[in-house]
Design a protein around this ligand. Structure first.
Ligand SMILES: Cc1cc2nc3c(=O)[nH]c(=O)nc-3n(C[C@H](O)[C@H](O)[C@H](O)COP(=O)(O)OP(=O)(O)OC[C@H]3O[C@@H](n4cnc5c(N)ncnc54)[C@H](O)[C@@H]3O)c2cc1C
Ligand code: FES
Length: 284
């Protein structure tokens, strides 16, 4: 069983969960992800890995819809998740590049930011982390930021309440002007990743981004996560999820992201109605 060994609130919308999963912790490499199932009949949800140590994996989860809310509301330390499958996907290449930047502006990206730079630093790179949040309330506690694995660490907030006002694109523009970047990795909001691809393209700076797609099996069998990449069909779960941003057809990726919004909204409403009725109060 996949026993929860730690759980903490990171911000009003994100939380941290650590689970015993020795088979994943042993084999996981940066760039790879897992697929969780809370219950035997629950849906399969892909998650990035923040840490994989001592037979346990840590994840950052955003309270978005039915399953992420269910794990937050109904699973505590000592409880077990039904399944943690993985590691899945193709690892990124960890080697000496020079100066490696990781930029993130959402939950999965923040996990990947720490996980990737930790190993890039060990490989002898100069590491720069940029983490973007909406405002002060959204900024994670210091122990969960990528500060400890970064030689330089920047926080941006949309309202300027912490760090630099703006988002990671503003910091990357400055780093490019200072000629400080050998390779950029990034994860988070797909729209920002599409903009990052356009920002770095004219400079020819290698740019690797996590292309999140709706995944079902996570092993290349169902076709749900297909993307157009360099004129070919690729599966984000098997061939990625990290891809060269300059070869991704972002228009297609952004269109596919919202395929199931109606169904997701309905599942969330039904779950909240059920849980609020059973608790006799508003839970979320
Ligand atoms: C490779 C990868 C890594 C991810 N890493 C993280 C992470 O570290 N932390 C995190 O909070 N989220 C991560 N996600 C997104 C996460 O899988 C969804 O937030 C989760 O499935 C939401 O489920 P839900 O029932 O709570 O919400 P729903 O209401 O079902 O969905 C909310 C939104 O989540 C996304 N989503 C839903 N189902 C899936 C699915 N089967 N596959 C992919 N995306 C889906 C869609 O954008 C959807 O609009 C990752 C997704 C991928 C593909
Ligand atoms: S999730 Fe089924 S092919 Fe990728």
């Amino acid at each position: 069983m996949y026993t929860i060994t730690d759980k903490k609130v990171l911000s009003p919308i994100d939380y941290f969960v650590e689970v015993e999963a020795s088979h994943v912790a042993r084999a996981w490499k940066p760039g790879q992800f897992v697929v969780l199932m809370a219950h035997e009949k629950g849906e399969r949800i892909p998650m990035s890995v923040y840490r994989a140590d001592d037979g346990k994996i840590g994840m950052f989860i955003r309270k978005l819809g039915k399953t992420s809310l269910q794990i937050f509301n109904e699973f505590n330390v000592g409880d077990s998740l039904w399944s943690v499958a993985g590691p899945l996907g193709t690892p990124i290449e960890v080697k000496k590049y020079g100066t490696v930047v990781f930029a993130s502006d959402a939950v999965c990206g923040h996990a990947e930011n720490y996980a990737t730079l930790r190993q890039m630093k060990e490989a002898g790179n100069h590491t720069i982390s940029i983490q973007s949040f909406k405002d002060e309330e959204d900024v994670y506690p210091e122990q969960f930021l990528a500060k400890s694995v970064a030689d330089e660490h920047y926080i941006t907030t949309s309202d300027g309440s912490v760090g630099i006002k703006g988002n990671y694109l503003d910091v990357i523009r400055d780093l490019i002007e200072q000629d400080k970047v050998d390779i950029i990795f990034a994860g988070g909001v797909l729209g920002t990743l599409a903009k990052l691809a356009e920002l770095t393209r004219p400079y020819g700076i290698p740019t690797m981004t996590t292309v999140r797609q709706i995944m079902v099996d996570g092993t290349g069998m169902c076709g749900s996560c297909r993307i157009l990449y360099d004129g070919q069909i690729k599966f984000a779960c098997r061939d990625g999820p990290m891809f060269d941003a300059h070869k991704v057809d972002w228009e297609d990726v952004l269109k596919r992201e919202t395929r199931f919004l109606e169904q997701e909204k309905l599942a969330k409403e039904m779950y909240l109605k059920k849980i609020n009725e059973s608790h006799g109060k508003e839970v979320v």
